[in-house]
Design a protein around this ligand. Structure first.
Ligand code: ASP
Length: 590
């Protein structure tokens, strides 16, 4: 027998028992005649006491050989720790085991880093030795939490009558706004599969097949530049339902989130979640993923600053711009230097600079003080929220730009002044998105979500005439300022789907080649349907209060898309390439 108990199991109730434990030596403390081992497994840590003079000679020999991360099987007796040595930080902290027998099950090379410190070391090294990194308790708990969380999600969907269906990984492009990963087909020379950016088209086809309620814990692949909360492959909780409207999807989503979170954490979730329209979100928070854990919302100042006496401000308003601002209550904590930095930031974003006014007991300080009329200053002083000590920051220009820039400044100041209550989990929906947006760089119209998103009924007629005015039936779920889910009611009418492709500047040959199978399926009695997908990695990251999704994925990739553990991606040999009819025209730099 290799163990009678795990290393996280024993307590005062077990005192006097003879036990066998197996695990890794996480630390060794040598006190001369007594050596302590901390023995660790997935479940916890137990202190082993080696009382050297009392050991059999062959066991004593073995004890002396033990090093960190050796794998041991020990036998001994559970005893109470003396009161001054009780460790309240660990569940087994009231007991220890007096070692009697010892077997070294395996040895370990000297470690490349201290396991408990691994979070702070160079990421490449950490991921190269991911098996050691994964021995760290917190990371291990994240992965176990993830598994519990997924099983609660499955439980919820099962109770609600959903069918879990796997969709292909070798497929055709499913556009979600990123580049595809391609896989050459040996059996079809010159042809490529794309890895799915999401199961979008298959889940819609499953609705056409009559499955009614689908979900999948689905792996998705997007070849894009990576940031701390992005990975080239990631996991979505993917959902699709038939005969539904927006409210049906939002309702099931809220109940699923509440169920899974409340079953796995102490967090209480109240539903329904608040809803904001896209326009409100932009105007109040400057982003479509507002962090509502603190206030400091954007305020409108165009009216208060009309006819102010300042030529600069007047010219902004005369050219159809707006002036908006932020009131910082603890304005004295923002120094002149901070304001200078914000000014630089605004200039980098293409603006002229930031305006400001400091309100003190008996004075108002501002670079514009001299040019502003007294009545205007008096008007501004009366704006609710402004009081002695406040700092008012303001910007002028086109509304979207002004709001987005202030939105970034709001987040920056919120973090700097510690205004964010980290104990909150603020969910909210953003709805009424525009259907299309104009991509300035590429000078073309593109979808805000994906091209299968339905426009609002009232906008269908004028789609071609005013595409940028059309709103969509999409909804995004935001948690603490991160987008953690998004979906929409879909187009189930073939003609309308073709019109959307045309507005996106696709010729019939192109959309038929790419999406002919969907268009054809839509022609065979597609039911009204809609769905949503949630980013599992990001959701787990926020719930575990981590700052990178790599802390929630067992084998993540680096920012360069590399897996230092396996060495992927790697060079393949000539023969493999020949079989695929592929020639590589690239020589890596020496
Ligand atoms: N397929 C979408 C995405 O991956 C989600 C959805 O519309 O259901 O973002």
């Amino acid at each position: 027998m290799l163990r009678t108990h795990t290393c996280g199991q024993l307590g005062t109730g077990d005192i006097g028992k003879k036990v066998i434990l197996s695990g890794w030596v996480s630390s060794i403390r040598d006190h001369g005649n007594i050596i302590f081992f901390d023995l660790r497994d997935r479940y916890g840590i137990t202190q082993i006491v080696c009382n050297l003079p009392a050991l059999k000679p062959e066991i004593l020999e073995l004890v002396k050989k033990v090093r960190q991360e050796f794998v041991l099987k020990i036998s001994g007796t559970v005893v109470a720790r003396s009161p001054e040595t009780v460790n309240p930080k660990i569940p087994t902290g009231t007991i220890e085991i007096i070692l009697e027998e010892l077997e070294i099950l395996n040895v370990s090379e000297p470690l490349p880093f201290e396991i408990q410190e691994s979070k702070n070391i160079n990421e490449n090294t950490r991921l190269k030795y991911r098996y050691l990194d994964l021995r760290r308790q917190q990371l291990k708990e994240n992965i176990v939490f993830r598994s519990d969380f997924i099983s609660r999600i499955r439980e919820f969907f099962f109770k609600e009558g959903f069918v879990e269906i796997e969709t292909p990984v070798l497929t055709k492009s499913t556009p979600e706004g990123a580049r595809d990963f391609l896989v050459p087909s040996r059996l079809n020379p010159g042809s490529f599969y794309a890895l799915p950016q999401s199961p979008q088209l298959f889940k819609q086809i499953l609705m056409i097949s009559g499955f009614d309620r689908y979900y999948q814990i689905a792996r998705c692949f997007r070849d894009e530049d990576l940031r701390s909360d992005r990975q080239p492959e990631f996991t979505q909780i993917d959902v699709e339902m038939s005969f539904v409207e927006e409210n049906d999807i939002m309702d099931i989503s809220e109940r699923m989130i509440k169920y899974a979170i409340e079953k796995t954490t102490d967090i209480k979730i109240s539903i329904p979640f608040p809803r904001l329209t896209y326009e409100e979100a932009i105007n109040r928070f400057g982003t479509d993923k507002p962090d509502t854990r603190f206030g400091m919302e954007i305020i409108e100042l165009s009216e208060a600053l009309a006819d102010s006496g300042s030529n600069i401000l007047q010219s902004i308003l005369d050219s159809g711009g707006v002036i908006k601002g932020l009131i910082i209550q603890q304005g004295e904590n923002i120094s002149i230097k901070d304001v200078d930095n914000l000014n630089e930031f605004v200039k980098q974003r293409g603006g002229k600079g930031i305006g400001w006014m400091r309100f003190r007991e008996n004075e108002v300080v501002s670079p514009l003080r001299k040019s502003l009329k007294e009545v205007v200053i008096e008007k501004i002083k009366k704006i609710s929220g402004i009081s002695p000590g406040s700092l008012l920051l303001f910007l002028g220009g086109k509304n979207q730009w002004v709001c987005e820039t202030l939105g970034e400044i709001r987040l920056h100041i919120g973090t700097k002044l510690n205004l964010i209550d980290e104990s909150l989990f603020n969910f909210l929906w953003v709805v009424d998105f525009p259907l299309f947006e104009f991509n300035q760089e590429e000078q073309r119209i593109q979808c805000v979500h994906h091209p299968f998103t339905s426009p609002k009924k009232q906008d269908i007629e004028n789609l071609e005439k005013q595409p940028l005015a059309a709103k969509s039936r999409a909804y995004d779920l935001v948690l603490n300022g991160s987008e953690i889910g998004g979906g929409s009611i879909r187009i189930h009418d073939r003609k309308l789907q073709e019109r959307i492709f045309s507005i996106l500047n696709m010729k019939p040959e192109e959309y038929n080649e790419k999406f002919g199978f969907l268009l054809e399926a839509l022609g065979f009695g597609a039911p009204p349907h809609g769905g949503i997908a949630f980013g599992l990695d990001r959701l787990v990251m926020i719930l575990r209060k981590e700052d990178s999704i790599r802390e929630t994925i067992a084998f993540p990739k680096t920012q360069k898309g590399v897996c230092p553990l396996s060495g992927a991606p790697g060079i393949v040999d000539e023969r493999q390439l020949r079989e695929l009819y592929i020639k590589v025209d690239f020589k890596p730099k020496e």
